[in-house]
Design a protein around this ligand. Structure first.
Ligand SMILES: [Fe+2]
Length: 535
């Protein structure tokens, strides 16, 4: 029996009764129905099924023990092996999906990226590290918490939701986070950011709109910060509703005040996971992972991969009216993350990792079976000559073909500038262990940070100190011990002494919550610490 069927009971109250209770809402409850808000919450949760995640790997929330964490934690003064850089003062944030509740049977095929965002913070100060995790208390999380069950159906498909949550944000805040204008902003690309306190991880605003100035229903997980001006530059695709071709691009000043915004049109609605910003240009990349309204209406997934559809690179001036946006085509490459980008005169260069085919096998390929070889990510250099008015093609080149990987990063202080140092989670290959690869574009050399017997999540570059040269500092990230059931170490490499191995490891006594991306915030960019955060 489906957990969503009207007959489903776990405490003698069926779904119909649950929906009836939910329809009264918090306002009615506070007005007297049920006596107190707490009692109303109990009413809404009545009949919620017992929490039981599937055992099956691949089912939503299913797999080996520890796949779901769900535990909000504080660990003061973590154990450290090696020599922690004493002058590191800041917080390394990370976030990933951590299913709050199992899905009803009919949505058990949903993808893991639909799990609720669970944020971790490693606070470095005076040679010590404190660890804290909290769920982003999204509108979705709060509704499900009260109901003690999953209420949202398939990934980016609101037609599958429980009627009681109509009108709530579907955002999970599970993909990436940034600190800007002293706020920790947590992203999922189908919704506006969630604003959390960077020290306490308390959720302050579950639908942050830059003071009401964000004119988009969506916001990328990969904004950029222009270190020359301190500006925050961002965009949202499908900005005006499901499968809309509208792309909203905007920037905000150091204090978070929106100072430029424009809405432009994509050739078609499809996935635009990352983008690039240079000193002069905004560069959008539309992949052929197409948004499919028919599939959405039929209760399926949001995206499907269509190898016949062209990928487009769109370029427009920063600060303009958007009318100069021009879309270029070239070799179809399925790229997800930008390593770096710059404008030099009339030439725009963007480095991204990507494959020749679908990299997301959890979304259907429409024309052919998923091809693992074509999914291999290599570093692709896109160049566009803007000097010719008739040119409508981008050029591509595979640089460092011996390095395959995903999750490209750079020294984040160089988001808009010509850059030298790139980083990528290298998947390794014959005779080459997996690890974090450091790429020196100036010298054309690569190095590999490998940690035997550990599987590594995405790393983040941390400058050695304020004003340190580009690439001079540390790579930090989580590793899961393959010999200890995935127990986590926070691993720290000195980028100038890679061959010596990690300079330090923060030894966690458990397997940490999973991660998509991470971000380093220097203490100078965090608000003053309140006494309350000290344990
Ligand atoms: Fe991403």
């Amino acid at each position: 029996m489906s957990e969503n069927s009207d007959e489903s009971t776990a405490g003698g109250v069926g779904r119909r009764a649950f929906l009836g209770a939910a329809a009264f809402g918090t306002g009615a409850a506070l007005a007297g129905f049920g006596g107190t808000a707490a009692a109303a919450a109990t009413d809404r949760a009545a009949g919620a099924p017992q929490v039981a995640f599937p055992d099956k790997f691949g089912a939503f929330g299913g797999g080996a023990p520890g796949t779901n964490n769900r535990t909000e934690m504080d660990l003061y003064d973590c154990e450290v092996e090696g020599k922690l850089p004493i002058d590191l003062d800041g917080t390394w944030f990370r976030v990933g999906p951590d299913p709050q509740y199992p899905k009803p049977d009919k949505y058990a095929g949903d993808i893991m990226f639909d799990g609720e965002g669970h944020v971790s913070a490693f606070r470095f100060k005076n040679g010590h590290v404190d660890y804290k995790t909290r769920y982003a208390k999204t509108q979705r999380w709060k509704a499900q918490h009260e109901a003690r069950r999953s209420l949202f159906g398939m990934y980016r498909n609101p037609t599958t939701d429980d009627p009681s949550v109509k009108g709530l944000s579907r955002g999970t805040a599970n993909t990436q986070l940034f600190v800007h204008h002293q706020k920790l902003l947590v992203f999922k690309e189908d919704s506006p950011p969630v604003y959390m306190d960077p020290h306490t991880l308390e959720t302050i605003d579950d639908y942050y709109t830059f003071g009401g100035k964000l004119k988009s229903q969506t916001h990328t997980a990969h904004p950029k910060i222009d270190s020359e001006t301190g500006e925050y530059v961002s965009f949202g695709y499908e900005a005006n509703g499901l499968c809309s071709k509208d792309i909203h691009v905007f920037s905000a000043d150091k204090k978070g005040a929106v100072n430029w915004a424009v809405t432009v049109q994509a050739p078609y609605a499809g996935m635009m996971h990352d983008f690039a910003v240079t000193q002069k240009h905004i560069i959008l990349y539309l992949t052929n992972m197409v948004s499919d309204m028919d599939r959405i209406r039929a209760g399926g997934v949001h995206f499907s991969y269509d190898s016949k559809m062209p990928c487009y690179l769109g370029i427009m001036r920063r600060g303009g009216d958007g009318k100069d946006l021009k879309w270029f085509t070239g070799q179809n490459l399925f790229c997800t993350h930008v390593m770096g980008a710059w404008t030099d005169g009339d030439k725009v260069t963007v480095d991204m990792d990507g494959g020749e085919g679908n990299q997301f096998p959890f979304f259907p390929s429409l024309r052919e079976p998923f091809d693992p070889l074509k999914s291999i990510g290599l570093i692709r250099r896109f160049t566009v000559d803007l000097s010719s008015k008739t040119n409508d093609r981008y050029q591509t080149e595979t640089i460092y073909p011996m390095i395959s990987g995903v999750l490209s990063r750079q020294d984040d202080r160089y988001h808009t500038l010509k850059y030298r140092w790139g980083f990528i989670n290298s998947t390794g290959g014959p005779g080459k262990p997996a690890g974090w690869a450091i790429i020196d574009h100036q010298e054309g050399k690569t190095q590999q940070c490998s940690v035997p017997d550990y599987s590594l999540s995405e790393m983040t570059f941390v400058p050695r100190k304020k004003g340190a040269p580009e690439g001079d500092g540390y790579l930090i990230g989580l590793g899961g011990s393959q010999k200890e059931a995935g127990r986590s170490d926070l691993i720290i490499f000195d980028t100038k002494a890679v061959a010596e191995g990690p300079v330090a490891r923060v030894k966690m006594p458990f397997k940490c919550v999973g991660q998509v991306h991470g971000f380093w915030a220097d203490a100078a960019d965090l608000p003053a610490e309140r006494q309350a955060r000290k344990i």
